[in-house]
Design a protein around this ligand. Structure first.
Ligand SMILES: C[S@@+](CC[C@H](N)C(=O)[O-])C[C@H]1O[C@@H](n2cnc3c(N)ncnc32)[C@H](O)[C@@H]1O
Length: 234
């Protein structure tokens, strides 16, 4: 049987999973990620969770189709509610909103204790998620970009710990690596600069009190993004 082929987004997540780790895939849906990792010999087994029975049934079907039912442990639960700390050395939470990812980690404080590797792939609210991780006791140790069609996705690799405070622009696009950076970084910076510029234009003449701090924040983000773009040019 042909092995599973992952989308570039899930492949970027898979590439951050170390061999032989105790792995949990939260919000697994079809279980493509853990099945791929087992087929590739990266993992022997995995725990998969999903909030809803429909997606978890799809995960069971994929596992059965590839003859791997015995190698997956299925948990119908919110986030990590039915996962024991010793089962989750590496935890992937992919394809969900940033707020949901933060809520899942917040409900499982053991994820910021001991040796853990969190592979987070938010579909939205990245600035909020980065800010939350920073304040909640996690350090973002790496970021990887990938492209699927026209979309750019970010995968965050985080672990328990602290990191130097993020600037407003770093909350939006992550910290810029020195030297050879991600080849998709210029495209990300350009997209986000346009987005922030549009948002600033949208509130340029607003007199609503709540827009005043928001405008200052966006202006700080824009200045930071422009500086990052300049830094990449040299
Ligand atoms: C868009 S799918 C992503 C599937 C896969 N992780 C991926 O990245 O392709 C999101 C899945 O997360 C599940 N989900 C949403 N909130 C969840 C939560 N709090 N705990 C567990 N699963 C959740 C949904 O039921 C759905 O199956």
């Amino acid at each position: 049987m042909r092995p599973i082929e992952l989308s570039p987004r899930l492949r970027a997540v898979a590439d951050l999973v170390p061999a032989g780790t105790k792995f949990v895939d939260v919000g697994t849906d079809h279980a493509y990620l853990p099945v791929y990792l087992i087929q590739q010999g990266v993992l022997d087994r995995a725990v998969v969770s999903d909030l809803r029975s429909g997606p978890l049934d799809r995960a069971r079907q994929t596992a059965a189709h590839y003859g791997l039912t015995e190698r997956l442990s299925f948990r119908l639960c919110d986030g990590l509610a039915r996962v024991a700390p010793e089962e989750g050395e590496t935890i992937a939470i992919a394809g969900m909103g940033g707020e949901t990812i933060a809520a899942i980690l917040n409900a499982a404080p053991w994820t910021k204790l001991g040796k853990r590797r969190l592979i987070l792939q938010p579909m939205s609210a990245l600035p909020d998620l980065r800010g939350w991780l920073e304040g909640a006791g996690y350090a973002i140790v790496r970021e990887v970009l990938c492209q699927e069609g026209k979309n750019l996705y970010t995968v965050l690799l985080a672990e328990p710990g602290t990191m130097p405070p993020l600037t407003p622009a770093e909350r939006w696009v992550g910290r810029q690596e020195t030297g050879r950076g991600d080849p998709l970084r210029p495209a990300l910076l350009e997209r986000q600069r346009r987005r922030v510029t549009r948002a600033l234009e949208g509130i340029a003449h607003s007199t609503r009190p709540e827009d005043i701090p928001w405008r200052a924040e966006l202006q700080a983000v824009l200045t930071g993004l422009e500086a990052m773009e300049k830094e990449l040019e040299v």
